[in-house]
Design a protein around this ligand. Structure first.
Ligand SMILES: Nc1nc2c(ncn2[C@@H]2O[C@H](COP(=O)(O)OP(=O)(O)OP(=O)(O)O)[C@@H](O)[C@H]2O)c(=O)[nH]1
Ligand SMILES: [Mg+2]
Length: 501
């Protein structure tokens, strides 16, 4: 016997923690399977082949014949529990597991058989000569098709073959074809009988099993580790599969189909995130652009107020003449009569007021109101808001009359010869200040109206935005869960407990 390394058992012990994790995750069946592999003291030096099939296929007779022992056999369902017989081989033991027929009506038999199959290094599917294509046999063939567990397909009781009905080779060929349809290599198809038969390969089967066991046992406990890994992965799958399917369905509902790979889901998520972000950014930019535009409009209007020519030279001159007429030394007429002087003052006031009023109307109020109305229309607001604002533009002017102008006179300054210029500037400043205030108010109202418009538009787009967010959320959940699933599989393959997220 070759010596057995101590590395494998130590590595195998790690699966105790994996079993605890599976237990906690609700997959206690797999936890139990791991524990029972580990509880088996001889596991490292044992290679296990499980024989399964319909009842009365001849499993017990076959296993007995292979091990040169007698097992209980019979025409009715006979084997009720998994039974092991051991054959010493180079490097350890070949353990043959005889299992209850899988068509047994007792659910516990079936469970025992399934556990044996999961824990075995090799599964031998045994069928009797007459039931090769029974559904249950095909199901068994299918069961481990995706795993790398070696499978044998054994047609037993071939002593029942009648050469007169069909040449044996023809029959054998059809069996091999069936097996290879299920991915079983033709070198792993055997024909056996415990009764004398020229077609029986009982000795070849025994030799194959012994050789396979010996080879596996040379590999440092690898068969047991492989069994542990396999059971642990099955357990992880059992834990994650339902949640995984739910998430796939949720994604399918919004995307039309489920992603084929995790990478595809990652791409979908990336794309959905990019679109959602782009839409959000576009919205923010649009908002910014609109607000900047409105600010620029208001700035332009205020500049127009400042620059409007409301007191050109001749108008200003009239203002100065009016101021001159207010000075105490001002007298007119041959007799410098108070009446005439007064009349001249009134005339000069009227000349200035009329001219200024006309200039304010023609060079400031009217053109600015028209420009503002036009630009407000171009912004595109709700009709009611637009109308209100335009009405306010139309009332932009100030009523320039005698009292308005007189209120600007500072009597104490009349002594200064230069006061006329200052007075005209003061009147203009008053007009500009008052128009500016109105423009500013309209500008503020415009900002509010634009904000309202943006709010409404964003509200309209809300369902679209929510749908995009939901898409991202479902895809993220799918991807994250898939990554956890993948990393849990990878962890148990290394004998490590999956990290809990
Ligand atoms: N002709 C023939 N009969 C066999 C052969 N092997 C077994 N039998 C008979 O087939 C019947 C069933 O055999 P078992 O070995 O008990 O079958 P099993 O698959 O273990 O059945 P269960 O334990 O009930 O699932 C018995 O009557 C056996 O004598 C064989 O190679 N040729
Ligand atoms: Mg039996």
């Amino acid at each position: 016997m070759s010596s057995v390394s101590t590395v494998a058992p130590r590595f195998a012990q790690r699966f105790l923690e994996v079993a605890d994790w599976l237990e906690e995750a609700g997959a206690s069946r797999y936890a139990d399977r791991i524990r029972s592999i580990l509880a088996d003291r001889g596991a490292v030096t044992t290679y296990t082949a499980a024989f399964c099939g319909l009842f009365s296929a001849g499993k017990s007779s076959l296993v007995g014949a292979l091990a040169c022992k007698r097992l209980r056999t019979g025409a009715n369902p006979t084997t009720a529990e998994v039974e092991a017989v051991e054959v010493p081989v180079d490097g350890g033991t070949l353990r043959l597991l005889d299992t209850p027929g899988i068509d047994s009506t007792d659910e516990r038999h079936r469970e025992a058989t399934m556990n044996a199959l999961y824990q075995a290094d090799l599964v031998a599917i045994v069928t009797d000569y007459q039931h090769v294509e029974a559904d249950a046999n095909l199901e068994l063939l299918q069961m481990f098709a995706d795993s790398d567990k070696p499978r044998l397909f054994i047609v037993h009781q071939v002593d029942k073959h009648l050469e007169a009905e069909m040449p044996f080779e023809e029959f054998a060929e059809s069996v091999r074809e069936l097996a290879s349809d299920y991915g079983v290599d033709v070198s792993r198809v055997f024909f056996t009988a415990v009764k004398p038969s020229a077609h029986s390969q009982l000795d070849e089967l025994r030799a194959f099993l012994v050789a396979t066991a010996e080879q596996a046992l040379q590999t440092d406990g690898e068969p047991m580790i492989r069994r542990l890994v396999e059971v642990a992965r099955e357990g992880v799958t059992a834990c994650y599969e339902p949640g995984w399917r739910d998430r796939a369905r949720a994604v399918e509902e919004i995307m039309g189909r489920a992603p084929q790979t995790l990478d595809e889901a990652r791409e979908w998520l990336w794309d959905a995130r990019r679109r959602a972000d782009a839409a959000k950014q576009e919205e923010a930019e649009q908002r910014q652009r609109l607000m900047a535009h409105v600010t620029a409009l208001c700035g332009g209007w205020l500049r127009a107020v400042d620059l409007a020519q409301i007191a050109p030279y001749e108008t200003a001159e009239k203002g100065r003449r009016y101021i001159d007429s207010l000075r105490p030394e001002f007298k007119v007429g041959m007799f410098r009569s108070a009446k005439k002087t007064e009349a001249e003052r009134d005339a000069r006031l009227k000349a200035f007021v009329d001219d200024l009023a006309e200039k304010v109307e023609n060079f400031l109020a009217r053109p600015l109101a028209a420009q503002m109305a036009q630009q407000i229309r171009e912004v595109g607001l709700q009709a009611a808001h637009e109308e209100q604002l335009i009405e306010r533009c139309q009332a932009l002017g100030v009523r320039v009359d005698a009292a308005y102008v007189q209120a600007c006179v500072k009597p104490g300054s009349l002594v200064s010869a230069e006061y006329g210029h200052q007075f005209v500037r003061d009147v203009q400043d008053r007009v500009r200040r008052e128009v500016r205030a109105k423009v500013q108010e309209i500008g503020e109202a415009l900002v509010r109206a634009v904000e309202e418009r943006i709010r409404l538009e964003e509200e309209e787009r809300a369902p679209e935005r929510d749908a995009a967010e939901r898409r991202c959320q479902l895809l993220r959940s799918y991807v994250e869960f898939g990554e956890q699933y993948e990393s849990a599989l990878a962890a148990v393959t290394q004998g490590e407990v999956p990290r809990s997220e």
